[in-house]
Design a protein around this ligand. Structure first.
Ligand code: GLU
Length: 290
């Protein structure tokens, strides 16, 4: 196996809460259990959602828990040139095209076709601006989309959840790489950075599971390796959905870091006595790295 490299990639939309600590802890434990390295990457491409100072707060909170990046932290907001290079490469090879559709245009086409389908409130793009359909409509390019290849059914195996299949064409459609407002989409940024940082193992929350197939098709189009993926249980909010600021997640209370770590370890199914990182690492190693 290539030398293990793992990462934690928080979006600085607020301080860490109990749910984000679980993802941080899981990725750190897996890296340590494999004698690998662990890096932190701040995913601040969606600038309107980022909260000033949240990045530093997250890094401090992690440090209070004993979780410190083995290498200098990187910020995606400083890496637009790398995402542009990747987009150029995709365009050159016919894997990306400009799209002039507004949300309303997309809705109208889907209504007319009687095929309205959506996922997480985002309509499956009907391919209106695909070069084969006549290319860009409307006055100007608003966004850049990935042109899915014919083989858009992706099979992959999650280390915890087992075999997964997703047909990205019917489930998502040609997805956005660069948004109409000029911001880089998460899918492109994460794929470029995981490859450039040499990430061999991605360990993250289960809510991200269904992004994986999109990331795999993008990796293949860019000629990049696919890391091993493992998606971990989420902490649920009072409304039964993933804990988030919207459903009442409080910033992590770190007056007792050991207690916070033990609670996170409990969510991961590890014994939650009083052992903190050392005990969690021993249990993780037995469960996932034996
Ligand atoms: N930045 C993403 C988030 O905070 C995580 C991305 C990832 O781990 O791939 O939800």
């Amino acid at each position: 196996m290539a030398t293990y490299r793992g990462r934690f990639a928080p979006s600085p939309t607020g301080p860490l809460h109990a749910g984000s600590l679980v993802a941080a802890l899981a990725s750190w434990l897996d890296a340590r259990a494999h004698n690998g390295s662990w890096v932190v990457r701040i995913e601040d491409v969606d600038t309107p959602r980022c909260v000033p100072g949240a990045d530093q707060r997250i890094l401090q909170q992690l440090a209070t828990c004993g979780l410190v990046s083995d290498e200098p932290v990187i910020w995606q907001s400083q890496r637009g040139h790398r995402y542009q290079q990747a987009l150029n490469q995709l365009v050159e090879h016919g894997h990306a095209y400009p799209c002039g559709c507004s949300r309303k245009d997309i809705e109208a086409v889907l209504q007319a076709q009687g095929t309205h389908r959506e996922r997480h409130h985002i309509a499956v793009y009907p391919g209106t601006c695909r070069p084969a359909n006549g290319g860009l409509r409307g006055p100007s390019a608003r966004a850049w989309r990935f042109q899915l290849p014919g083989w858009a059914e992706v099979h992959w195996t999650d280390r915890r959840l087992g075999p997964q299949t997703q047909n990205v064409a019917t489930d998502v459609g040609d997805f956005v790489l660069k948004r109409a407002d000029g911001l880089w989409a998460y899918q492109l940024a994460v794929v470029v950075d995981d490859a450039e940082q040499g990430i061999t193992h991605v360990v993250r929350g289960e809510d991200l599971t269904d992004n994986t197939a999109r990331q795999i098709v993008l990796q293949r189009a860019l000629g990049l390796p696919t890391p091993a993926y493992m998606h971990m249980p989420l902490v649920m909010g009072a409304n039964g959905e993933k804990l988030s600021k919207q459903n009442g997640a409080q910033p992590l209370d770190l007056t007792d870091p050991m207690q916070a770590l033990n609670a996170a370890a409990g969510t991961l199914g590890l014994p939650t006595h009083t052992g903190g990182l050392t005990q969690a690492l021993a249990a993780w190693t037995r469960a996932w790295a034996a």
